[in-house]
Design a protein around this ligand. Structure first.
Ligand code: NOJ
Length: 728
């Protein structure tokens, strides 16, 4: 029997109730579970879940962990339910499982999608060993407003970078051995769609957006994830132009399944169908079920709405049997794709879960990922790298010894016993000769008695102060929108007091978004963005602090001059009144600050220097069907080996819709020894110049374009070419 015959044979035998059972996913009450990440709703105890599985009324569970308990749950489904349809076991495994890797935003700063592929692979190995088939990741939301807390889960403000990381993460989670492999973790790009565009950066808020921006900015990372092989997707909480994404037929049916031919399943975000009532889009739970289901939402998470209402909607004819079967078919198809019908106990092997043999390699990868995610914003007077001997160091700040702000948001299963604190990492780097004083200085959010005094005394007794401050990790992630994207006042006060000592100040920022830096923090000699780096935080940071690793990360989000600039992103549309040097009246700027970032997208320093030669084009007349090569020579002009992210930007001079001031169209991280040069080339064709027009068709328009090959979105001198119209 072919796979599709097998699925059809099952559907033919299923009752409506059993079909509905395949269309719900519920909190895994049978295994150790992390409940606090979602609001309590429709809670079901273990007995109820067991009974539901036996009755064929539960086809999927989420956020439980453990191979042995997962095996028992699977046995109930396979051996004790009438049709023996196996369970699909999902979980939020976002940036690591037991070994925690940097938050996705941090990892995007590496500008190395290959790194993300490798960390996602390691995550998949650990998660599938722990009895999980399916992760609700990657988050591929483009986040252009830093007030929003969930930018931490994505790849930042840029579309091209977002697509590259979406692709890499899907490939990493799912692996190359096929979806049936025991260590394949099914990926779920989320949140479909435009969740990152919530108005004002306010969590769960409305999204009022042009279809052009939706298509050009927010949808491409999803398409990239599907093209990389993702066969599930999670619908978003927000509405889009008045229609909630989780009941949006245009999005889930016309675009996703129609235009994009997506064969897989759509799972709701947690209780998103229930929330149609709070949105005022559905009158009651029956109506909400009808709206969500008929719009194309296959799998309802946790609300129980499908469970309670779908059968009666089928009975009344408001939902057709054909519609019901189509969703069931998609769910069974996904189960079949990952091999569950032939091998229901895949990824449920307690022996593999107990096997620690991969850990050393994963820790080494976590350390490398941590240091590759770090961005050196500023390094006045080459205060960094620090010396390991002959220099007394004061390591100060609430994150110096902290163990609770290491992993970043959405880490449910990290092995906390293996987390390396900043102090531990610095001590390990310094060895027995350590001349190190460690002081907290203040609490996570509040001053502590005598904290500043002790920190100042430590500074006076040292040659350099390393100040570890920033956002407590609870400040980013779901439901963590902020109005002021600054460090807490207690951290700022500590920084001011330390700056007043006159000792060189190195600020290590911990953060889940771009921050507005002020006062002593902004003026510090060195500023290092360390995000939340995961298990190997201390070692990764120490590698950079002491120059054992030369930092090469670049910002995936623009750091503003002030909070009030949000949303601020480098690829903003041109304005009719741009600010010009020496001309500020009647120009597009704020009273207080210009429209520029303090540290723009793509910015990141190294302990060496690089010189970028002029960009050279293979032609200045790009034929309609031709490809142009843009090349530059990059030279390491400093004293140490290093890496630089070579960035290609393009700007369309005149178009039928106002175009961004520039857009990233390519990037390439290269390593150079001191004095070494390399030629770096990018290919450009008209597909990279296309945008969605007023008629909603995506196409390039002939005309002049500027091209930069440079080291940040605010640097470089452009050269021009013309895209020639098609012949004839
Ligand atoms: C809500 C979050 O928005 C989503 O990202 C997550 O996957 C679900 N809860 C399940 O925990």
């Amino acid at each position: 029997m072919s796979n599709s015959e097998r699925i059809e044979a099952l559907i033919a035998q299923m009752t409506v109730e059993e079909k509905v059972g395949q269309l719900g996913i519920f909190a895994d009450a049978l295994r150790p579970f992390a409940p606090e990440v979602n609001p309590e709703a429709n809670a079901r105890g273990a007995a109820e879940v067991r009974a539901g599985i036996r009755a064929g009324k539960i086809g999927a569970l989420f956020n439980g962990v453990g191979a042995a308990e997962g095996r028992q749950a699977q046995r109930l489904a396979v051996e004790e339910s009438r049709l023996g349809i196996p369970l699909l076991l999902g979980a939020d495994v976002i940036h690591g499982m037991r070994t925690v890797f940097p938050i996705p935003l941090g990892e995007a700063a590496s500008f190395e999608p290959e790194l993300a592929r490798r960390t996602a692979r390691a995550t998949a190995v650990e998660a599938t060993a722990a009895g999980i088939h399916w992760t609700f990741a990657p988050a591929v939301d483009v986040a252009r407003d830093q007030r929003w807390g969930r930018g931490a889960e994505g790849a930042g403000e840029d579309v091209l970078l977002g697509c590259a990381f979406a692709r890499a993460r899907v490939q990493g989670f799912q692996g190359q051995a096929g979806l049936t492999a025991d260590d394949c973790l099914l990926a779920t790009p989320k949140h479909f769609a435009a969740y990152g565009a919530v108005a004002g950066g306010l969590e769960y808020n409305t999204v009022d957006i042009s279809e052009q921006t939706l298509r050009d900015v927010h949808l491409p990372p999803f398409k990239a994830a599907f093209d990389a092989g993702a066969i599930t997707v999670m619908s978003a909480f927000n509405d889009i132009n008045g229609v909630p994404a989780s009941a949006n037929r245009w999005l889930m049916t016309d675009l996703l399944r129609g235009a994009w031919q997506f064969p897989g399943l759509v799972v709701s975000d947690y209780t998103a169908d229930m929330e149609l009532i709070a949105h005022g889009y559905a009158a009651d739970e029956r109506d909400a079920t009808r709206c969500a289901f008929t719009a194309g939402l296959d799998l309802s998470m946790q609300s129980g709405f499908y469970d309670r209402n779908l059968a009666s909607l089928v009975a009344s004819g408001e939902v057709t049997l054909a519609q019901l079967d189509a969703s069931v078919r998609r769910v069974l198809w996904v189960k079949q794709q990952i091999g569950l019908f032939d091998n229901p106990y895949r990824s449920l092997d307690p022996a593999r879960e107990a096997d620690p043999s991969h850990l050393a390699a994963h820790e080494a990868l976590a350390r490398d990922a941590a240091r590759r995610s770090i961005v050196l914003l500023k390094n006045q007077g080459a205060v960094l790298p620090l010396k390991k001997t002959g220099q007394k160091i004061a390591l100060v700040g609430p994150f110096a010894r902290d163990t609770k702000n290491i992993e970043g948001c959405w880490t449910l299963f990290g092995d906390r016993t293996r987390y390396v604190t900043l102090e531990a990492g610095v001590r390990a780097a310094l060895g027995e000769h350590a001349q190190l004083i460690v002081e907290d200085g203040c609490g996570l959010e509040e001053p502590i008695d005598g904290g500043i005094e002790a920190a100042v005394a430590a500074a006076h007794a040292s040659d350099v102060v390393v100040l570890a401050i920033g956002e407590p990790q609870s400040y980013s992630g779901e439901a963590q929108s902020r109005t002021q994207i600054v460090v807490p006042p207690a951290h700022q006060a500590l920084a001011e007091a330390l700056a007043a000592t006159g000792k060189p100040l190195v600020v290590l920022l911990r953060n889940g978004r771009a921050l507005a830096l002020h006062g002593a923090v902004r003026k510090a000699a060195a500023i290092v963005v360390t995000w939340y780096l995961g298990s190997q935080t201390g070692h990764g940071v120490a590698d950079v602090l002491f120059g054992d690793y030369n930092p090469a990360g670049c910002l995936p989000v623009s750091f503003p001059q002030d909070s009030g600039q949000q949303p601020l992103f480098y690829n903003r549309s041109r304005t009719g009144r741009p600010e010009l040097p020496h001309m500020r009246e009647f120009k597009s700027r704020w009273r207080e600050v210009t429209a520029d970032a303090l540290y723009p997208f793509g910015h990141g320093l190294s302990y060496t220097t690089f010189e970028y030669g002029p960009a050279q084009l293979s032609t200045t007349q790009l034929g309609w069907d031709q490809t142009l090569t843009a090349t530059t020579t990059v030279t390491n002009t400093g004293e140490v080996a290093g890496e630089t992210v070579v960035q290609l930007y393009v700007h369309d001079r005149v178009a039928s819709r106002v175009r961004p001031v520039r857009e990233l169209k390519g990037f390439n991280k290269i390593a150079l020894r001191p004095g070494e040069s390399a030629q770096v080339s990018f290919q450009l064709d008209r597909s990279l110049l296309a945008f969605t027009g007023m008629d909603l068709v995506c196409r390039a328009e002939p005309g002049l374009f500027d091209v930069w090959i440079t080291d940040s979105s605010a640097n470089g001198t452009p050269v021009q070419f013309e895209l020639c119209p098609p012949k004839g």
